[in-house]
Design a protein around this ligand. Structure first.
Ligand code: ZN
Length: 678
């Protein structure tokens, strides 16, 4: 249950690397400029918040308070992702802002790019690959720049000199051997001592595993998410959990979050929502994981239009999946688009009953699948600047089973991806023929959203574990297998005529757009995110590759899917979509069996055989073709700026939204206004 990590970026890679196909497209939508800037492997976009202006004042006010609560936690994730992230960020910002030397020099420009990457990743490791960045500025330049500043501009701890600061952070920035990886998933080494996150201190993997094994009550039907909100450290030879709460670690930032949450509680839409917020405050104040469970149960039942996430939620940042990375997202329901996901959720039992998995693994009753389409208002922490496009919470399995969960698709974000990718040439380069290109054009956005909906609304909710089995049995493979299971569920059903009958797919061939995209992504194009010589490591990428490669291999005799060469370029050709669906169904049955039985060996075998290794020649080819398109493989967002308008008595009379702030300006402002940790 603990390992269950459900923030799904299921279609994120697809949405970001598969562009639209209008050759004459532009990056403007009614004059709205989506693209802000590009650096390294990243493009920064804006998103719109359609409908915000028309909300009642009370909801705007609530959204504003929750947004402030979201922004106040920014430093927490920097601190969680590495001990030195905050002093490094502050030092870089001090140089970026105050340096009196030549700001057009190659060194300074390289430092600016490095800082932009640090902002983007909430630290010095790549947000996705988790490898440490290599700075392109010299050590001499850095030392000189730091020493040229007033010491008061630098993040000096009590009693720390400028030289002390340099001694502490120089090796972390410049020595590739120091803290090289934020989340190490490599088989056969100590995953804790080789990971640079600050979730643990002075402990080994074995000690962590033993510690939590001992705490757990295997008979409990309602176990809390042990370890979720603390650092586990060895102090005087003893293991202790240092909680992230008021009065504990990160207290200064958490107090600010609580301040705004209190205002939000006063402006809540309903009693249930007020209770949700108050329970979250109790959790932040006490650190009691039972309070977090109480909050999650209330939150899952709250159907207010305004909604939010604020806390330690996903565990991808911890190789052992105990520790929650801090995140926040403030949003309101898109009433019109929500009708679509409602239809899916209303049919959850039909999907369960008709799915190609063994009866023993089916739920007799699928409970509490609530789904909605939302409009994001503010992104923060682990959701910023890179953000998921769908979320399914809470993560606690027993709460999901007994009290239900919420599943959301963030459509103003997927819409921004889609708009920004119009006319980028991706499909023309990688798709086999006009047929696939025009199908992607006609149905790509619709089917991409629908696949995400299916993944979130019914995919994760489907199936059950056999008694006494937990996802932890699958260890490091649990995320890949669970995400793969949800993806397969979506793939299997997106081709079902039922969806056309339900009125959520225009016709019975539209699904081919998603099949083609999924196979091309899993077999080839997602490799643009991998550095030459590396394996596939991130859980979602592994699941996409194992699904695609497995289907390629199992369908080889019938030529269901082929990799074909034309003029020296490799393409995916799907010859038999109906058979491909059958293969997805077969694999769904098998992955469900692995998950339900906790069959570690089979799970490991599946992921390692199909999901990890990279064909070096194909990789090279894909990278060079992709490079010719000049598309950034990763995208992230700046937030809109919300400003409360007040009357003479200080009452808020309106909240305005503006889309004017640029990336560096926003990051520097957040550091000025919302930085509480060192
Ligand atoms: Zn998922």
């Amino acid at each position: 249950m603990k390992n269950l990590s459900l923030m799904c970026i299921s279609a994120l890679a697809l949405a970001t690397v598969v562009g639209g196909c209008q050759s004459n497209g532009s990056k403007h939508d009614g004059g709205f400029k989506y693209s802000v800037e590009k650096f390294a492997d990243v493009e920064i976009l804006r998103y719109r918040v359609p409908g915000f202006e028309d909300l009642p004042l009370a909801q705007k006010q609530l959204l504003y308070y929750l947004s402030q609560a979201a922004l106040e936690g920014r430093d927490i994730i920097f601190a969680q992702f590495g001990k030195y992230n905050l002093p490094i960020r502050s030092t870089l910002e001090a140089i970026y802002t105050n340096y009196a030397g030549d700001k057009t020099s190659a060194d300074f420009e390289a430092l600016a790019v490095y800082l932009k990457r640090v902002w983007f990743s909430n630290g010095i490791h790549h947000h996705y690959a988790t490898d440490k960045f290599t700075p392109a500025f010299s050590q001499e330049f850095f030392i000189g720049a730091v020493k040229s500043l007033e010491p008061s501009a630098l993040p000096l701890q009590e009693g720390q000199s400028v030289d002390d600061l340099l001694t502490a952070i120089m090796p972390v920035i410049f020595d590739p051997a120091v803290l090289p990886k934020r989340v190490n998933q490599a088989d056969g080494v100590d995953l804790i001592s080789t990971s640079a996150n600050d979730f643990y201190e002075g402990v080994t993997q074995k000690e962590v595993e033993d510690f939590y094994a001992k705490i757990k009550d295997p008979k409990s039907k309602t176990p809390p998410l042990y370890g979720l909100n603390s650092r586990l450290a060895k102090r005087n030879g003893k293991l202790v959990e240092e909680q992230w709460r008021v009065g504990g670690l990160y207290s200064a930032a958490i107090e600010k979050i609580v301040y705004w949450l209190q205002k939000a509680a006063g402006a809540a839409e309903s009693d249930v929502q007020r209770k949700v917020i108050e329970t979250l405050i109790t959790y932040y104040t006490t650190g009691d994981l039972r309070a977090f469970d109480a909050y999650s149960i209330l939150w899952a039942s709250d159907t207010s239009r305004v909604d939010f996430i604020n806390g330690y939620i996903e565990v991808y940042g911890d190789p052992l999946s105990y520790k929650g990375s801090w995140e926040a997202m403030v949003n309101f329901r898109d009433e019109k688009a929500t009708q679509r996901t409602q239809i899916i959720s209303n049919n959850a039992q039909w999907f369960e009953d008709n799915s190609p998995m063994d009866k023993r693994f089916k739920k007799e009753k699928v409970k509490g699948v609530s789904a909605k389409v939302i409009t994001a208002v503010t992104l923060a922490g682990d959701c910023y600047p890179a953000t998921p496009i769908g979320i399914n919470l809470p993560n606690s399995r027993w709460i999901r089973e007994q009290h239900g969960s919420k599943s959301v698709t963030i459509e103003n974000i997927t819409g921004a991806y889609d708009q920004a990718s119009q006319g980028n040439g991706f499909a023309e380069e990688f798709y086999w023929s006009e047929v696939e290109i025009s199908r992607a054009h006609d149905y790509g956005f619709v089917t991409d959203n629908l696949h995400t909906d299916l993944h979130e609304c019914v995919g994760h909710a489907s199936g059950r574990l056999l008694p006494n089995v937990t996802l932890e049995a699958l260890k490091a493979y649990s995320s890949s297998l669970e995400e793969g299971r949800a993806d397969l569920f979506g793939l299997y059903y997106i081709a079902d005529p039922k969806l056309v009958t339900l009125g959520i797919l225009p016709n019975d061939t539209a699904y081919k757009a998603e099949y083609y995209k999924y196979m091309t992504n899993g077999l080839m194009t997602q490799l643009v995110r991998i550095v030459p010589g590396k394996n596939v490591e991130e859980a979602h990428m592994r699941n996409r590759q194992f699904i695609a490669r497995w289907a390629l291999e199992k369908g080889a005799a019938d030529k269901v899917v082929e990799l074909v060469k034309r003029e020296g370029k490799t393409y995916v050709r799907v010859n038999d979509y109906a058979k491909l669906r059958t293969l997805f169904g077969l694999l769904l049955g098998e992955v469900q069996r692995i998950v339900s039985e906790g069959d570690y060996e089979a799970g490991k075998n599946l992921v390692e055989t199909y999901g990890v290794k990279v064909d070096a020649d194909l990789h090279k080819e894909v990278l060079s073709r992709y490079a010719s398109l000049n598309i950034a493989p990763y995208k992230g967002f700046v937030n809109p700026v919300y400003t409360p308008i007040t009357d003479g008595d200080g009452n808020i009379t309106d909240v305005t939204v503006a889309y004017t702030e640029d990336y560096a300006a926003q990051m520097l402002r957040y550091s000025r206004e919302h930085s509480w940790l060192k």
